[in-house]
Structure formats: C-alpha cells, structure tokens
Design a protein around this ligand. Structure first.
Ligand SMILES: [Zn+2]
Ligand SMILES: [Zn+2]
Length: 135
C-alpha cells in the first residue's frame, strides 16, 4: 500500500471512531455514514462498515447484535446493557442494572466455559410513547 493511501485510511478510521464515540444513539453503519460524510465527502458506506468491523475486532468499539435486522455499533467497548425501542429501533444504555454484578460473578457450569452472553431489554422510547398517546 502506498504511504499516502495508508495515511488517508488512518485518518478515515479516526474520524469514524470520533463520531461513533460522540454518538449516544448506537448508530447502524448507514446512520454513522451519514454523519461521517459531512466531514469526509468522498467516503463510501462500505469503507465505514469495514472500519467499524475492524475497530470492533480490535476491541476498541462494540458491534451490537440485538436481534434487529441491522447491526448497531457502540463507541463504548465495556460490557453494559441496552434497551431497544420496538417501534423505531432506537437503542439506549441501561446504567446501574441491579443484576450486573451477579452476572459478572457468574462462572458458568461444569459443562461450559462461558465466553459471552446477551441480555437486551425491549420497550417503547419516550418519543414513541408520545406518538402512541396522540393516536
Ligand atoms: Zn422509539
Ligand atoms: Zn451502549
């Protein structure tokens, strides 16, 4: 790879990471692409997606597989829990979940070495609750 291309790739990845870490909304690759495009006009959705997967493989961000059709990305790589809106798909963090400590201390069973787990809450976000009321 020629050096100028390498520098450009690194710069792109930095912008993608910055914008993801700024975002509270756990965007999909497409949503983040719309934001990143304002700073990097010639970037493609494929480049954004590839960089997001790369960053999550490196453990810098998290790829969230919440059961929706599209993967969402989280700038916070630490284990934490989420609530997803069943109407619009918006994802929020759930801080201070009471079971968090017990899950952390759970060692698994004799048969299995636990490598990961998934716990997602579902509900209606405040905006969708308002819309329901107006119906
Ligand atoms: Zn909603
Ligand atoms: Zn999160």
């Amino acid at each position: 790879m020629c050096p100028s291309k390498k520098i450009r790739n690194t710069a792109q990845r930095r912008v993608i990471l910055e914008e993801l870490q700024k975002s509270e909304s756990h965007p999909t690759a497409g949503e983040l692409y719309e934001i990143v495009r304002r700073r990097l006009v010639d970037i493609s959705l494929g480049t954004v997606y590839r960089n997001l997967v790369l960053l999550s493989d490196m453990g810098i961000i998290q790829k969230l597989d919440l059961g929706g059709s599209e993967a969402r990305f989280d700038g916070n790589p630490e284990q934490h829990y989420h609530v997803e809106c069943i109407e619009c798909g918006r994802v929020n963090n759930l801080p201070d979940l009471p079971i968090e400590q017990s899950v952390k201390n759970f060692k698994g069973t004799d048969d299995f070495k636990i490598t990961s787990h998934r716990l997602v809450f579902y509900g209606l976000c405040s905006q969708c609750q308002k819309k329901e009321m107006e119906k």
